[in-house]
Ligand binder design. Structure first.
Ligand code: CAO
Length: 444
């Protein structure tokens, strides 16, 4: 047994090339020509093959390091009779010597393997065209595939560890990657937990058998949860969210609400802070039309709406529903309260029709009746913004000479950053907060 120090062979004109994959670990058994490392320059990706067969005993480099010809990278323990590269076994050449100069193909070359069969056999490095995001390298690091197939898989977000290879020695071919994509697109994926890729290129969450750890029960999600889940997921993936947190002193507003409560109850109306918030929000939407808007389908324009229909997230026994209160700008507090009571009752009784849920321009999700301090609501796309209301609490507030008790309501606004800038976001929340603190401003 002898330890062979493996160095970077002749890699042509390349110098200080980044290691983007370390394809072996200490203890791995490698055969001659098995890939040890992948290097990537701005022009090409190269796999460094093993010049010897043996067991990897040391890795002397790290991912991201830059290497050049002659740099020592790892040790392989070789059997005494196998200490020379395969094609050189009969020759007394030193084993650690770099293999013959590789053929490195430029980025404009579309396919990896050299076209000349002889050059593949004599060249230890298979070079490939590459146009790969540098930080997307860890997918399929242990899979047997050429750099061009790796590049192809990375571009499409396919994790090669989930793709079976049909090439020589199980090598993954481009056709195998294509077949894996097709299987996902047609829903004919491999065994559970072995999805070749998620549709968005996001690595799938591993499937776990929870019953290994204790008793479990499985209940199918309700119909509404399944439907709303799809919308929430689509928004989460498509909309670059920013959430701005704020709070408002609603002491006066709540006192006014309490003053009106008895009179409202005589008319069968329950006055909650939410209707005041709806009015304050609409006034702020008039000040900031980008929040009462949608992006065009091509994402190139913003469509500002001249009507103010506020969706209200309602917690129902079947799941979350978002009926819409129409023309909030044209209605008074009592009328809005009536509308709110009506649509929440319809939602809870499962009696909402499609028209009740259509035409919203902005959504409010109020958890204020339940609790919590702050949360990040998910934009109800194709709207561009949503407000989350949390529970108001009495808090000591410094007025310049003393602490006084004030009712402070935390709230948040999540928005689509493609449509709204951060400065605009905080101006909007500040404006809503000011209106809530002093309702008189709503009639100005
Ligand atoms: N701070 C303090 N108290 C609040 C409050 C707030 N921000 N908002 C409401 N309250 C109070 C109300 O005044 C009421 O108290 P009183 O009976 O003493 O007046 C109590 O909390 C209950 O209010 P409510 O929840 O019944 O009424 P609402 O108008 O505030 O909300 C509705 C109506 C339909 C939005 C609500 O019932 C609901 O379903 N909320 C959950 C929405 C949800 O699940 N969102 C999550 C979406 S993301 O998954």
């Amino acid at each position: 047994m002898a330890i062979q120090q493996i160095t970077i062979p002749d890699i042509g004109d390349f110098d200080a090339v980044e290691i983007i994959e370390i394809l072996v670990s200490v203890g791995d058994t490698v055969a001659v020509d098995d890939s040890l490392l992948t290097l990537e320059s701005d022009k090409a990706t190269m796999e460094i093959p093993s010049p010897v067969a043996g067991i990897v005993t040391k890795i002397a480099v790290e991912m991201g390091a830059s290497v050049s010809e002659g740099d020592y990278v790892l040790d392989i323990e070789v059997a005494d009779d196998a200490s020379a590269p395969a094609e050189e076994k009969s020759q007394p050449a030193p084993v650690a010597e770099a293999a013959p100069a590789p053929k490195v193909e430029s980025a404009s070359a579309p396919q990896a393997p050299a076209t000349n069969h002889a050059s593949v056999e004599t060249s230890p490095i298979v070079a490939a065209a590459a146009n790969i995001p540098v930080n997307a390298q860890d997918m399929g690091a242990k899979s047997h595939a050429s750099p061009s197939v790796r590049a192809f898989a990375r571009k499409l977000g396919v994790d090669l560890t989930n793709v079976s290879g049909n090439g020589p020695k199980g090598r993954i071919l481009q056709t195998d990657v294509e077949a894996a994509i097709k299987a996902v697109m047609t829903g004919a994926t491999a065994a559970p937990g072995q999805a070749a890729m998620s549709g968005t290129g996001i690595p799938p969450i591993p499937e776990v058998d929870f019953s290994k750890f204790g008793e479990t029960t499985t209940e199918e999600l309700g119909r509404i949860k399944k439907i709303s889940g799809k919308f929430l997921h689509a928004s989460w993936l498509n909309v670059p969210h920013v959430t701005q947190f704020d709070e408002s002193d609603i002491t006066e507003m709540d006192q006014f609400r309490k003053d009106q409560k008895a009179a409202a109850e005589k008319q069968g109306i329950k006055l909650t802070p939410l209707v005041f918030v709806m009015k304050a929000v609409v006034k702020a939407l008039q000040d900031f039309p980008s929040f009462n808007a949608s992006l065009s389908a091509d994402g190139q324009s913003i469509i500002k709406k001249g009507y103010y229909n506020i969706g209200i997230a309602v917690d129902t026994p079947n799941g979350l529903m978002v009926p819409v209160v129409k023309d909030v700008d044209k209605k008074g507090i009592y009328e809005l309260s009536r509308d709110l009571m009506e649509i929440s009752a319809k939602a809870r009784d499962g009696k909402l029709g499609p028209a009740d849920m259509a035409g919203g321009t902005f959504t409010i999700s109020s958890l204020g009746g339940i609790g919590g301090t702050q949360f990040t609501p998910i934009v109800n796309a194709p709207e561009v913004a949503i407000m989350g209301l949390s529970k108001a609490k009495m808090q000591p507030v410094w007025n310049g000479s003393e602490f006084i008790p004030r009712l402070i309501m935390p709230f948040s606004v999540s928005y689509d950053h493609r449509a709204i800038d951060g400065a605009e976001g905080v101006r909007f929340t500040t404006t809503v907060g000011n209106y809530l603190s002093d309702l008189r401003q709503l009639i100005l």
